[in-house]
Each structure stands twice: as structure tokens, then as C-alpha cells.
Design a protein around this ligand. Sequence first.
Ligand code: FES
Length: 94
Amino acid sequence: MPDPTHAHGEHDAGHCTIWLDGERRRAPIGASVAAALALHGWRGTRSSVSGEPRSALCGMGICFECRVAIDGVALRRACLVTVREGMEVSTRHA
Ligand code: FES
């Protein structure tokens, strides 16, 4: 079965292209940014002030641990934002 997360023509329907820390990735349309990050193995969405990795915890907009920059706008909660074509997500400047 083709991998639906990579560009394979007709098998790619239902996915969009996003950029995760500058890397091109495919994500299921309708998925949250947090889900897309997890799908592609991103282990953290940001770092704490002491440098510890942080990532999605509650998945419903309460904890703010999933903060990322999306299309240049910092402090977006990845669990509340749905992926869309061409979206740029940065875990480095969240
Ligand atoms: S995972 Fe808690 S606010 Fe996003």
C-alpha cells in the first residue's frame, strides 16, 4: 500500500503540502498541526526557557504546550489549527 504521506499522484488525494521547520511534508487534510508534527516524528513543538522539549499535552487548547509559529505568527496552538496547503510551521521560533 502506498504511503499516503508522500506525493504519489492519485494516492496523494486527501493530503496537502506543509513545511515543518523548512522541510516539505504531506499531511492529511483536516488534521491538526499537532497531529501532522506527530505523524512526521517531530518530538517537540518548542523548547522551555531552560531548553527542555515541550509538545502537545491536552490536545484541546488548554495547556499551551503545543505552541508553534505558523506562517510567521508565533504562539499558535498546534492542536487547534488545521493544516492547509502551503502552511509553514516552525518549532524553532514559537
Ligand atoms: S496540546 Fe494543549 S493547548 Fe495544544
